[in-house]
Write a protein that binds this ligand. Structure first.
Ligand code: ZN
Ligand code: ZN
Length: 87
């Protein structure tokens, strides 16, 4: 790996950023879990669990290639974040 000459403040900034990103991932896991149980409670049972099915619409799996990295499926167009990730 390349060596960077970072000031203490820069090292701290990167460190804080890493912490924040990890925190966000944890939050996202919680949001996804809540989204899944909300769908279960409503009687929605996608038969392909864990295949990037969309949690914001009935899209069965994420289709890469949409604008801004969104799902290409015309009825979906939600971000990858909206889609459940493979377990
Ligand atoms: Zn989709
Ligand atoms: Zn969708």
């Amino acid at each position: 790996m390349e060596q960077y000459d970072l000031t203490e403040a820069q090292q701290k900034a990167f460190e804080d950023n890493r912490t924040e990103f990890r925190k966000f991932e944890d939050q996202l896991d919680g949001v996804r879990e809540a989204a899944r149980s909300r769908l279960r409670d409503s009687g929605w049972h996608p038969d392909s669990v864990g295949t990037f099915s969309c949690l914001s619409c009935p899209c069965p799996h994420f289709q890469p290639g949409g604008p801004q990295g969104e799902c290409k499926r015309g009825s979906c167009r939600h971000a990858l974040l909206d889609h459940d990730r493979a377990i």
